[in-house]
Design a protein around this ligand. Structure first.
Ligand code: MRU
Length: 356
């Protein structure tokens, strides 16, 4: 059986980008081939590729596609095309900072090679985009090692949305920690929140874990409190789309509610995220832009209306969990505990913090 952690969420293949169309899972495992950065932008917008680190990798590959298929004859002309492509890719989704981080990295690389030949510039950009994807997988594996130490043998773990191999270039953040715990011989049982409105938990997390025979039970989002009250959850672990300097965490809508519940029930609430998800330019969560998506996502499911025509809908895709509710942030450079301002600053500076 194919292991989901070995499935290539997104990859560069000879001038093309191959990515799994996540809107079709779990019914169909279909790989799309993109040759134009606009296809990548569309894929990000409609969530064919989603999850903060995977969005970052996709954006990097998008700029690489723009370069490789450009007919520009001078580096200056190519840079102008890249700027245009950057604007299109940057306008797709506002919350995951990995998108902007990857675009900035590619543009910095382009400027650095601005005096080289057009061919050299193209090669440098493809190499940079590939490096971002490869580094993400390596970061997730290291994060997994740090995080696994926090998971007790026999833990019943609640997770939200999908922070797995599908949400990254491979292995996953929150699910990476769970995978690493299993690889270390620990027994776990995962409760996957369904994650309304787009069901990333039911469709994607359950699919990934099932592929690897990691025990998983799907629950609807409104069942988490009941489960905790019954003493059936030991740990909550989620991913992140952007983490502010004070440790406030933007993640899939519903995460904040879980953090409040975990606090009430005295359960640890962990966030697993790579350093590329930290945005120390935002002092706190209030400064993080929260994406609002189409009302259709809430009142229609696969073409079927679930609420009356014309009803008012509010559909924020993310919420912010205040840092006071976060037990620890697991990164590839170590586990950060409160106070987060100092801890996160040290992590970004590159200092390892293995205090666990
Ligand atoms: O709207 P999505 O599916 O892109 O939201 C994804 C999440 O909220 C994930 O938890 C987050 O990006 C972390 S993925 C490692």
């Amino acid at each position: 059986m194919v292991k989901a952690s070995n499935v290539k969420t997104i990859e560069w293949a000879d001038g093309k980008v191959r990515l799994i169309d996540q809107t079709l899972l779990p019914a169909e495992l279909k790989v799309l081939e993109c040759t134009d950065y606009r296809e990548i932008a569309e894929a990000i917008k409609v969530l064919r590729v989603r999850g903060a680190p995977a969005i970052g990798a996709a954006a990097g590959f998008g700029l690489a596609l723009c370069a490789v298929h450009s007919r520009a004859e001078t580096p200056t002309a190519l840079l102008a095309e890249l700027e245009q492509a950057r604007a299109v890719l940057a306008a797709t989704r506002p919350t995951a900072v990995n998108l902007f981080w990857a675009l900035d990295r590619l543009m910095a690389c382009a400027r650095q090679h601005g005096e080289d030949s057009v061919e050299e510039l193209k090669e440098a950009l493809v190499a940079e985009a590939q490096a971002i994807a490869a580094a993400d997988v390596a970061a997730n594996r290291r994060m997994g090692q740090y995080g696994a130490a926090l998971i007790p043998d026999g833990a019943r773990i609640l997770t939200h949305c999908n922070a797995g191999a599908l949400a990254t270039a491979g292995y996953g953040t929150a699910l990476g920690v769970i995978r690493a715990a299993v690889e270390a011989g620990k027994r776990v049982h995962v409760y996957a929140d369904e994650t309304r409105p787009l069901l990333q938990g039911a469709r994607l997390t359950a699919w990934e874990l099932q592929q690897e025979h990691i025990p998983v039970t799907v629950i609807t989002d409104n069942m988490a409190a009941h489960l905790m009250q019954q003493g059936r959850v030991d740990v909550v672990i989620v991913g992140a789309d952007r983490i502010a300097a004070n440790g406030d965490v933007a993640n899939k809508i519903g995460t904040y509610g879980l953090a409040v519940l975990a606090h009430h029930h005295g359960l640890p609430f962990y966030v697993a995220a790579p350093v590329s998800t930290l945005d120390l330019s935002r002092a706190c969560g209030e400064e993080i832009p929260i994406e609002e998506r189409s009302p259709e996502e809430v009142v229609c499911f696969r073409g079927l209306r679930t609420a009356p025509e014309g009803v008012e809908v509010y559909n924020p895709a993310f919420d912010v969990t205040p840092h006071e509710l976060v037990t620890a942030i697991i990164t590839e450079r170590g586990v950060v505990r409160p106070p987060y301002v100092e801890g996160l600053r040290a992590i970004v500076r590159g200092k390892e913090d293995k205090t666990g």
